[in-house]
Each structure stands twice: as structure tokens, then as C-alpha cells.
Design a protein around this ligand. Sequence first.
Ligand SMILES: Cc1cc2nc3c(=O)[nH]c(=O)nc-3n(C[C@H](O)[C@H](O)[C@H](O)COP(=O)(O)O)c2cc1C
Ligand SMILES: C=C(O[C@@H]1CC(C(=O)O)=C[C@@H](OP(=O)(O)O)[C@H]1O)C(=O)O
Length: 386
Amino acid sequence: MRYLTAGESHGPQLTVIIEGLPSQLPFAKEKIDWQLQRRQKGYGRGRRMQIESDQVQILSGVRFGKTTGAPVTLVIENKDWTHWRKIMDPYSAWEEAEKRRISRPRPGHADLNGAIKYGHRDMRDVLERSSARETAARVAAGAVARLILEQCGIQVAGHVVRIGQVEAKRVELPFAEIIERSEASPVRCLDPEAEVRMMELIDQAKKEGDSLGGIVEVIVEGVPIGLGSHVHWDRKLDARIAQAIVSINAFKGVEFGIGFEAAERKGSEVHDEIMWSEERGFYRATNRLGGFEGGMTTGEPIVVRGVMKPIPTLYKPLKSVDIDTKEPFEASIERSDSCAVPAASVVAENVVAWEIARALMEKFPADTVDELVEQVAKYRERTLRF
Ligand SMILES: Cc1cc2nc3c(=O)[nH]c(=O)nc-3n(C[C@H](O)[C@H](O)[C@H](O)COP(=O)(O)O)c2cc1C
Ligand SMILES: C=C(O[C@@H]1CC(C(=O)O)=C[C@@H](OP(=O)(O)O)[C@H]1O)C(=O)O
């Protein structure tokens, strides 16, 4: 399974082409649109989210509500396009674009490196594609992956663990409650006390023209043992998930289970002891390693965390240099989010879902979804009797 996305932030649309899906997969458009809506929400987002109302248009690969096995093309409209048409049209008048040309790179964004690398004097040509608007297309792909996972009894949830200085209290909750609580929270946080403080912090950052980052956690339940592989570096599923997370705009790090804390602990306080019972087969007494050993799933829930740096576009001045005049300047006032950690947790859920579905399709190659479901069920049974 693979996908490609295309589209600029202020162009007419985003497009995603997904290839390698099994046929006969019930293609619930409302579930894809639901994931897109979830990504748009979250306390701390800027005005752009009030303009957009993301949903997919299905252009290929689906008939009678099911996949045909052909590539699926999905399109998400940029409503904001109408305001940018004059300068974002592929043949827009140069004079129009020149009036809005961007020559002032923002520290922390892709502007300067992209302009130097691709030879652009208008940094809009970098901004448009480096914008996290593109994550809407990735969420659509992940939402399609979730349709596959659902058929195989695999569920994905996500929540916000930290925003700036505020950390949520760690609580052990049943999976359904994690979904319910994070969904009800404007910052997608499971801890009501931290939620209030996170919102205050976002208000304060906004007032000060500053921005905030944080940490998100994704949990995947119902994964069979042995997705991924130890035999080669690029088949290790934890490594692929790490790439998927760090590829999200502004994500700088990733950890599984207890993560970086493992460095401080002794082996006896890290490794998850192996147990066996008639009903469960092999299982672990703990899940400190977050569901992975040897690049393969252990069958315990996958627990992965990603760290997002603060949003680069600031109202508060940061030093930079104009690429035309070479003069220093301060502040570049652009419309921007002040904190997008809650929204990014939805992106994280969906990019992880994609990697799990891809690994599932690699282990259980199938042309139809029934073939896939059958193989997964048989394998689970075999695992239990191992
Ligand atoms: C959901 C989401 C929303 C974002 N919104 C903004 C924004 O409004 N303004 C901004 O400057 N950066 C925003 N970012 C971050 C930039 O896209 C990101 O920092 C930039 O692409 C540079 O890439 P890097 O930070 O990975 O190096 C957002 C990121 C995500 C995941
Ligand atoms: C459009 C989205 O996020 C955008 C991501 C983004 C950036 O620089 O990454 C900058 C902002 O773009 P604009 O200047 O058009 O407001 C965000 O709104 C989105 O998430 O759908």
C-alpha cells in the first residue's frame, strides 16, 4: 500500500492517490470526513480553520460504496483558494504575485532552506507546500487505513499529554474511555485539571504573540503479534512509525512506551516479562516497551509519543534577514495557529494507522478484504495455540 499527496495550502485543492487497497472494502465516506473534522478542531487554532470545512470527494476506485481494487483518488477542497486565486493560479499575473511576494523568512519554518535549495525568490513557493495543510490529505489516507483496521479488530486512539509547561497526569483508562474523554476535550487531554491549565497557557501565549508545542500519544489496540520484521532495517515497524510521526510538520522526536526513561532504568525495570494463559496465549505482564520488540509487534497495545515544537510563525518579533535587502528585520505578521498540538494528535493517530494497515497488508497480502480478514483470524488462532 502506498500513497502520494499533492496540492498547495492556498491552491484549489489537496489530492491523495492511494494504491494497493483490497477490493470490496466498505468505503464509509462519513468516517473519512469525521477524521478530517477532528483534525480541524482543537483549542489554539487560527482563523483559517473557520474558513475550511474539510471533506473528501471520491474521484476513483470506489463503486457501490466499496473499493474496486483500483487506485483511490480523494480530493479535499481549499475553500480559502477563492481569496488567493489571483496569486495562486498556475498562470497568475506576475505583477499580482509580486505585490504579495515573501522575502522575509520565518525562523523555524521551511522558508529559507527551501528558497535556497529550490532557487525561489518568492518564499511562497516553499510555504505553500511546507504548510501543514498537507496533513489533511495524510489524515484522509489514514482514515482509509482505519477502514481496513476496523475490519480486523484494530483500533486507534490519541490524546495530548503535554502543552508547554503543563503535563497531564498519567491515568490508566479503558480504551473506550480514552476515546470518549479526548473527544470531549477542547485540547484532547484526558486530565480535566491539566486541560484547564493548557487552555489558559494557550490564551496567554496568544496574547503575548507567542506559540506553544507539546507531546501527543497514540495507542493502538488489537494488533496481532508479529507485524513488522526484525530481518531488515526498513521492515521494522517501530522504525516506520517513528518516521511517520517525525514527518508530521513540526514534530521533532518520538518514543515508544517508557521511551527515553529507559535510559535511566535497569534492564529488570524495563523489559516486559512473558506470561502465558489458555485464554490469552502469550502476553506480557507490563507494556513498558510500548508494544514492540525486534521491530515487531508484541501483541500488547502500541504506545507511541511524539513531540511537537512550538509553531514557528510568531507575532512576537524574532530576528531574521530579508533575502532581498539582506537587512535584519523583526516580526513577520502572518495569520497563524498559536498551538496546534490537539490537531496534530489527530494527524499522529492517522499516520500511525496508515503504517499499521500497510504492515498488515504486507503480512497478509490480499486482493479482497474478506481474504485479509480470514487470514488475520486464522493467524490469531494459530498464535493462541503456539
Ligand atoms: C496541524 C498543524 C498546524 C500547523 N499550523 C502552523 C501555523 O499555523 N503556522 C506555522 O508557522 N506553522 C504551523 N505548523 C508547523 C509548520 O508546518 C512546520 O513547523 C513547518 O512545516 C516546518 O517544518 P518543521 O517544523 O518540521 O521543520 C503546523 C503544524 C501542524 C502539524
Ligand atoms: C491550513 C492548515 O494549517 C495551516 C498550517 C500552516 C503552516 O505553516 O503549517 C499555516 C497556517 O496557514 P494559513 O496561513 O493559511 O492560516 C495554518 O492555518 C490546516 O491545518 O488545514
